[in-house]
Design a protein around this ligand. Structure first.
Ligand SMILES: NC(=O)c1ccc[n+]([C@@H]2O[C@H](COP(=O)([O-])OP(=O)(O)OC[C@H]3O[C@@H](n4cnc5c(N)ncnc54)[C@H](OP(=O)(O)O)[C@@H]3O)[C@@H](O)[C@H]2O)c1
Length: 252
């Protein structure tokens, strides 16, 4: 039977490249985002290279809980099941605290925290029904420590995503009757639209194809957690977690 993967935030960056690489592995795809014209272009590109594959598109704003429930249920119905859901949609907007730009932090929290929670709720409902599935949560290496200025809220939102994943993995350890795996990815810097918008240092930037290849191989291995790409992020992430803040802040 064909393996079906739902990817949110598939209209650009890591989500779009994951779609390309998963279809190369033979997956059928449910792709969601707000910019449907970008999804249409991606679908056309994918089907040109792989005419036999099935790709369905869904307009979705992940900050709309009801829409998330409806789209995930619709996709599960369209394909008959969802084998994997990748909670990838994310926003890198943010502002230093106390400088009058709370709206930017609020928008990031709505997308990355409430949006991720809504997607997880909808995915887990499908997986509990199927008694199987693979939930992949895209966190960030920045989740490992508190980050300064415009990164503060983003990093905190991604720490939520990481703990959400570990909490579910904890629950699933006690549920041998459910074949549900949970993976949390912590990408380092991988080239995407987000890097063009966000004020951040660009040391150790990886190109999109190489960075996403590392994400895809961690996902396929169903790793519980993975710093990606492994080089240099396993070393940096491990150091970030243990070093005192004045030293850790120099690494990222
Ligand atoms: N690139 C990196 O270096 C890096 C590092 C660590 C973690 N990440 C994470 O990787 C994920 C993908 O980001 P990216 O780097 O590929 O950035 P990107 O190119 O900006 O892509 C973000 C995606 O999220 C979607 N999105 C944003 N807000 C949404 C909303 N309210 N509803 C539905 N979709 C929404 C966008 O689609 P629409 O605008 O069409 O809706 C877009 O497809 C994010 O979770 C990001 O935090 C990226």
């Amino acid at each position: 039977m064909t393996f079906t993967t739902l990817i949110t935030g598939a209209s650009s960056g890591l989500g779009a490249e994951m779609a390309r690489q998963f279809v190369d592995l033979g997956h059928d795809l449910a792709l969601a985002a707000r910019r449907t014209e970008k999804l249409e272009a991606l679908k056309a590109e994918i089907l040109t290279a792989h005419p036999g594959r099935r790709v369905e598109l869904y307009a979705l704003d992940v900050t709309d809980d009801a829409a998330v429930d409806a789209v995930f249920a619709q996709a599960a119905g369209d394909f008959g099941r969802l084998d994997r859901v990748i909670v990838n949609a994310g926003l890198g907007k943010g502002a230093p605290y106390g400088k009058g730009s709370h709206y930017a932090n609020r928008e990031t929290l709505a997308t990355n925290v409430l949006g991720a929670a809504a997607q997880t709720e909808a995915a887990m409902a499908v997986f509990r029904e199927q008694k199987a599935g693979h939930l992949v949560l895209v966190s960030s290496i920045s989740a490992l420590r508190g980050m300064p200025k415009s990164m503060t809220t983003y990093a905190a939102s991604k720490a939520f995503v990481a703990h959400l994943g570990e909490g579910l993995r904890n629950e699933m350890l006690g549920k041998p009757d459910l074949d549900i795996d949970i993976s949390v990815l912590y990408p380092g810097y991988i080239r995407s639209e987000m890097n063009e918008k966000v004020e951040q240092k660009t040391k150790f930037m990886t190109d999109t194809v190489t960075g996403v290849r590392s994400m895809v191989s961690a996902i396929e291995a169903r790793k519980p957690k993975a710093y990606v790409p492994a080089k240099p992020w396993v070393a940096i992430g491990t150091a970030m977690k243990v070093l005192p803040l004045p030293l850790a802040r120099k690494l990222f």
